[in-house]
Ligand binder design. Sequence first.
Ligand SMILES: [Fe+2]
Length: 344
Amino acid sequence: MGNYISYLERLKGRSLLEDVISSDGVLLIAKGCILSESHIKLLRKFNLQDKIRTGSAIDLLDGDFERSMEASITYMNEIFHLAALGKLPSLNEFRETFAPLMKKIVYRLNVTQNMYSLKKHDTYTYAHSVNVGFLSGFIGRVLNLSPENVSLLCEVGLLHDIGKSKIDKNLLNKCDSLEIEELEEIRLHTYYGYNLLTEMVGNNTQIINGALLHHERLDGSGYPLKIQHDNIPWYVQILMVADIYDAMVTRRAYKEKRTPFYALNELRVEMFNKKINPKIVIPFYAYLLRQYIHSYVVLSDMSYGEVVFIFNDQPERPLVRIEKQIIDLRKHPELSIIEVKPFL
Ligand SMILES: [Fe+2]
């Protein structure tokens, strides 16, 4: 009995790969569902533990998500190339290509986990633009915005860094620390993006502002205009959160990637430092906390365990079950999470 209970308990947080149907043909839990406590109770009640097949969220993808992401990155590469030549397509053409991909990605389960489980790309700038586009739309979903606004956020995010197409690739990918002049040159991508998108046929204010203002911060410490609070449009404030999060969890030429637990803490710190809007961060943060409960992590001593509880105020130091022992990372400063694995 003990083993049976712990087996079912272990399924919590995993995704269902096939429908669960009762002996009399009633659909009890649909494929794609992330198993919760109430699902576990249901499975126990109907004694269906042998009839279910679960996996990680990534198993659900049937290649479609990955193909859509790959196609998006390839298309983004092309867009950057065209922008560098001053031949940016019209917003309508851009939308025609990206709208179907966006629907396949932003309306998926576990978008954030899936996005960061994909194989790594060397093309940071293109992958970052795609991630920030879809992540901005996804945050819009978390905030219960309308489908029109979710699409708008995706477009604003997808095009936010287009100004980087005008910056020397060697500078963008430089591994050593940047000189002040180099940093200033990179910062010009906000103006370059503004100029490129002002020229784009069928453009709108939101995408132009997204490119110009995504490095602003609510306290005025950002760039290029150093504007504050409500002077930064709401959709740019969402874009800022997506940009910070993605920059943290993706590997760049000059920076190792961090775990989502670290990125969560960074969002918290940025919020308490009044740089980004709590009305956006708190719901997104709560969503991410739920996502990473029951994830499997590797610790700095190479031990491997399951995250069983994440503290709101110290997300990078959760409780981790290693075999039968619960380790409270708050009490083990010598240990840290170095990698998040897909579910077993
Ligand atoms: Fe940027």
